[in-house]
Design a protein around this ligand. Sequence first.
Ligand SMILES: [Fe+2]
Ligand SMILES: [Fe+2]
Length: 177
Amino acid sequence: MLPVGVLMVEHRVIERMIKLWENELNRINATGKANSSFLGQAVDFMRTYADHFHHGKEENMLFALLRQKPLTGGLASMLDGLAEEHTVSRRTVAALAAANRDYAAGAEDALAAIRESISAIIRLYPAHIRKEDKQFFLPVMEFLTDMEKEKMLADFRAFEPSTHDTYKSMVFVMEQK
Ligand SMILES: [Fe+2]
Ligand SMILES: [Fe+2]
């Protein structure tokens, strides 16, 4: 298995969460109310699983090594673009968390900011994942030696293995509601 195989497996879990975000946005549009407890859990997923656990491996292990390589074919600028999208998603999730805090405290006008942030997440993530899966991950593997690939796969697998199981189960439970 290539190290990016691990990241692709994680993308499938993130996609399931994005589906739940879409459902929540539809619910908000239909009822005029947000579910603060769903939003709290979903923000925790985005911070812990998507950002710390998944983006953490991408940025600190994969992207960091690739920045030392003579990337060609637009891959270097694609790397910068992907890292920038991580920054945007971090900012969007922070805005959503703040809006949800206000909303849970009774500020109904925070609903507009909640809708805006969820829409931004839904716009950003599927395209980001598609770019990584279809245009970036496999071409960049050509720039790694076999030893680098083996080490990265081992490092990926060793990085907080329980986080994957915990958050995959959390998504499953949230899907049943
Ligand atoms: Fe990414
Ligand atoms: Fe990713």
